[in-house]
Design a protein around this ligand. Structure first.
Ligand code: NAD
Length: 437
């Protein structure tokens, strides 16, 4: 089977490499010449565990290749996936569909023989109809069907998520297209991964409903964490106590600095806008987005409090910048708001992140970068942990204490044990565990 993947970012590159690994012949396309040049040279444009090996292996077996030539590639493909970005549109928060529509116009120009056009990008309800209209208008003669197949992979665990998905959602309204999609995912079918075949609009909405639900779960436990701090309860025990109930489930119940990343913030906003446009507002998601927005700067106030009310003239060491571990993705990372609030408060900020510093340079200013956690702490007045990279979980605390001007740690991911931190004589703050000041 020949597959074309339009867009070779976090989703397109991982999906393309995994589909090649299933045995398909995949061409990953991108309009960014530097990205394609770098892939051709065997260099990954993003950090994702296991990706370099997977790509290298499939390139060697000639199942995976890269090009900027979309129109020339689409003609040979049985299925063309659209995996371009759908960021928030500046000004109103709607999903910006300009990349999807441009891809649709380019695909139309290259179509040759029956082809399934698959929208993998996260797109609002009705986008598949518009993609179909664009292609039909440009190529009234073309034989094609437009399918919705949203992606649910998580950065940092993307390959495993793609190969062992909880489910595959397919919005297909055409029998021939259903056959093609079944063939594309045959290896997963054999592994008994659940397939949800549905209408295109239902499939489009399912992706937003999933992300909004997860964002709600995170925000719920974050507000419970705030209450725990007031009443002297422990949010981790509450999370365990409720999460063991199968109806609730234990995932996404980790209190922290608020959700971020390239999906939840923009997807909740886009769902809110769609719902308002259809005069069916989803107030719970509106509230989740507002609460989460305020939370990030509130985390900076935790740092102010730990330093006696002000950070003016202080140096703060920050460990972790990306929105989660095992990625270099800085899009909408909580670290951006927290660090900006610290700088607004008059602090100098030292930072270290294992993979995110190149991306951080593009979105944050006036930081001092270090290349290991200890030099980042040297002569700083407090340590703040924003992202729970494994290498921050077992720091040499005596060494950290000897480097800081005062033994102050603000652990926004609850990766240290409060009792141990007390024994080690740290002034330790965390999120939602007990009623310490
Ligand atoms: P990304 O920005 O990493 O990648 C998008 C790529 O598309 C870029 O390399 C860009 O150059 C390329 N592109 C844009 N227009 C193009 C065109 N006309 N022709 C060829 N290439 C073009 O984005 P991403 O994180 O991979 O997200 C892609 C989509 O998948 C989004 O809709 C996102 O919401 C969704 N999604 C993302 C994740 C995730 O974890 N990143 C998970 C699930 C779904």
């Amino acid at each position: 089977m020949h597959i074309a993947m339009v867009g070779s970012g976090y989703v397109g590159l991982v999906s393309g490499a995994c589909l090649a690994d299933f045995g398909h012949n995949v061409t990953c396309i991108d309009s960014d010449v530097r990205k394609i040049d770098s892939l051709k040279a065997g260099k990954m444009p993003i950090y994702e565990p296991g990706l370099a090996e997977l790509v290298g292996n499939n390139v060697r077996h000639k199942r995976l290749s890269f090009t900027t030539d979309l129109i020339g590639t689409v003609g040979k493909a049985d299925a063309v996936f659209i995996a371009v970005g759908t960021p928030s549109r500046r000004g109103d928060g709607h999903a910006d569909l300009s990349y999807v529509y441009q891809a649709a116009r380019d695909i139309a120009a290259g179509l040759d023989g029956f082809t399934v056009v698959v929208t993998k990008s996260t797109v609002p309800v009705g986008t598949g109809d518009e993609v179909e209209r664009i292609i039909r208008e440009a190529r009234p003669d073309a034989e094609f069907a437009v399918v919705s197949n949203p992606e649910f992979l998580r950065e940092g665990a993307a390959i495993d998520d793609f190969k062992r998905p909880d489910r595959i959602v397919l919005g297909v309204e055409n029998e021939r297209a259903k056959e093609v999609m079944t063939e594309v995912y045959r290896p997963l079918y054999l592994n008994r991964a659940p397939f949800v075949f549905t209408s295109r609009r239902t499939s489009e909405l399912t992706k937003y409903a999933a992300n909004a639900f997860l964002a709600t779960k995170i925000t719920f436990i974050n507000e419970i964490a705030d209450l725990c701090e007031r009443v002297g309860a422990d949010v981790q025990d509450v999370a365990r106590g409720i999460g063991l109930d199968n109806r609730i489930g234990s995932k996404f119940l980790h209190a922290g600095p608020g959700y971020g990343g390239s999906c939840f913030p923009k997807d909740t906003q886009a769902l809110i806008k769609t719902a308002q446009d259809y005069d069916s507002p989803i107030r719970i998601v509106e509230m989740v987005a507002a609460v989460n927005d305020q939370r990030k700067r509130a985390m900076a106030r935790k740092v102010f409090a730990a330093l006696g009310g002000s950070v003016r003239g202080k140096t703060i060491a920050v460990l972790g910048l990306t929105f989660k571990p095992n990625t270099d993705d800085m899009r909408d990372s909580p670290a951006i708001s927290i660090i900006t609030a610290l700088q607004d408060g008059g602090a100098k900020v030292n930072v270290f992140d294992p993979e995110g510093m190149d991306q951080a340079r593009l979105v944050l200013e006036d930081l001092t970068y270090f290349y290991d956690p200890y030099s980042c702490c040297d002569a700083a007045d407090a340590l703040v942990i924003i992202t729970e990279w494994d290498e921050f979980r077992a720091l040499d605390l005596e060494r950290v204490k000897s480097l800081l001007t005062a033994p102050i740690m603000i652990d926004l991911r609850n990766i240290y044990d409060p009792a141990e931190m007390e024994r080690k004589q740290f002034r330790y703050s965390d999120v939602g565990r007990g009623a310490r000041a």
